[in-house]
Design a protein around this ligand. Structure first.
Ligand code: ZN
Length: 461
């Protein structure tokens, strides 16, 4: 979040530890950041089995995934290649460790990196069996191993199709999309290596992809750019929902890429995060102004009655008909919409600061935006708790982000690099924290994205 003209000292963002190297995927430079957790819910981690995964187990998962990805492409590839048969990688599969580094790739010597990659010169796939894959498996589940290798295989498919003259960010998102197309096959029960995932496993996998993002502020034209998490998850879900044929259509002209570089040294220094109190103030004002403009468009011209924002310390204000953003779960009591009182309330001493500190300023935007969207949805006579209503509410929340993305440089508030990733992280965190959520984070993120990219027409017919 950036506030035009501010000179306030901003808090440091919780730094991501992932950095990008050549090759592909990602490198960890000191272990994974703790996943953001809401106060009072120490057990709400992301998919971690907790048990360490040995290199042998990681390799078994990897080989099983690659066998299945090759099965997938034997069917899918001919449709993209005028009937030509799929040829698996000629150079094979190469797990490597510090003591047993990967083969050389063309002129590049084989050096250990905590990474996974496809080598075009040798037409092989290699992965770090010592750190990266065991860690991803342990933290996010086995399916993420499959997604990482399916992504790498996607680069092999690009090489076979002769599609390599696109910007890196397009090729990377196309590979994410191909990985999603493979996951759709797994979901459909056709995989030889993986059982159809539960909603929870799918959410864990999305949480893992979130960790595989570029660092905030990476320009989309950076030759190494993979895309921010918002874009990568969009590409992945595109593949899940629409298949490999859709992925093959990606090019620099038709791909909506939201990744933006920092616009000032100050923004880069703060990670684009505003201080907590200023964030609440600015976003609270902005979301109110937004719904005053937007609500009449979805409510037959009816005016928006101002919704008070009531931050509270410990004891929540009384309300007869209050509902939490997820209907039930750990947010109940910490943040809710009070229809009868005409206000939204949130815990200003624990929940708000925790979201801000652990995810970033736009996590507060998601909290407030979600509550306002819930109010808009209920005021227009819709449900915000059944599955369809829940998803419409997430879409409506995205429309405010859509509005923020369209702001010019003179606007009081606009989004900065990392804000969309914070939005997705917040959705995943808030969505997962609910005990009885009617929709999983995977579907909720998809709806939020539609609202973000297309605005109100995407949510309300
Ligand atoms: Zn890649």
């Amino acid at each position: 979040m950036d506030f035009a003209g501010t000179s306030a000292r901003a808090l440091a963002a919780a730094a991501t530890v992932l950095t990008l190297l050549s090759g592909c995927v990602v490198v960890t430079s000191g272990g994974f950041e703790d996943p953001p957790r809401l106060p009072g819910n120490p057990g709400d981690g992301f998919g971690a089995t907790g048990a360490p995964v040995s290199p042998e187990e990681a390799n078994r998962t990897a080989e099983s995934a690659l066998t299945d990805v090759e099965r997938f492409w034997s069917t899918a590839y001919p449709r993209l290649a005028d009937g030509a048969a799929f040829q698996p990688v000629r150079g094979g599969h190469h797990p490597y460790t510090r003591n047993d580094p990967p083969p050389a790739c063309g002129d590049a010597p084989g050096e250990y990196q905590p990474n996974a990659f496809y080598c075009p010169a040798g037409d092989f796939i290699a992965w770090d069996a010592e750190v990266l894959l065991p860690q991803l498996h342990q933290d996010f589940g086995a399916l993420l191993t499959g997604v990482v290798l399916a992504h790498e295989y996607g680069h092999g498919v690009q090489a076979r199709l002769g599609v390599t003259d696109q910007p890196t960010v397009v090729l990377e998102q196309q590979a994410d999309c191909y990985a999603g197309a493979w996951v759709a096959d797994v979901i459909a029960g056709r995989s030889t290596g993986f059982a159809a995932p539960s909603a929870q496993q799918l959410d864990d996998t999305v949480a893992g992809i979130l960790q595989l993002r570029d660092e905030p502020g990476t320009s989309a034209t950076n030759p190494q750019a993979h895309g921010n998490a918002f874009d990568r998850i969009r590409a992945f879900q595109d593949g899940v929902e629409r298949g490999a044929g859709r992925c093959a259509e990606y090019d620099a002209q038709n791909l909506p890429i939201t990744e933006v570089p920092f616009t000032s040294a100050q923004e880069a220094a703060t990670g684009g995060d505003l201080p907590y109190a200023q964030t609440v103030e600015l976003l609270g004002t902005d979301v109110q102004e937004y719904w005053a403009r937007a609500y009449p468009r979805i409510a037959g011209g009816a005016a928006w009655a101002p919704l008070r924002i009531v931050p509270f310390d410990g004891a929540a204000p009384d309300c007869a008909g209050r509902t939490a953003p997820d209907g039930a779960g750990s947010l109940d009591g910490q943040a809710f919409y009070c229809a009868s009182g005409g206000f939204v309330a949130f815990d200003d001493t624990r929940l708000g600061p925790a979201l801000h500190q652990r995810i970033g300023d736009n996590a507060l935007g998601m909290l407030l935006g979600g509550l306002f969207a819930q109010a808009a949805q209920e005021r227009r006579g819709g449900s915000s708790t059944d599955r369809d209503g829940r998803l419409t509410t997430d879409c409506l929340a995205g429309t405010w982000t859509n509005d923020l993305l369209r702001r010019g440089p003179d606007s009081d508030v606009r989004l900065s690099p990392g804000d969309l990733d914070e939005a997705v992280t917040a959705l995943l965190t808030l969505g997962r924290s609910a005990q009885n959520a009617s929709a999983g984070a995977f579907d909720r993120i998809a709806e939020f994205r539609d609202g973000t990219l297309e605005g109100l027409p995407a949510c309300v017919s």
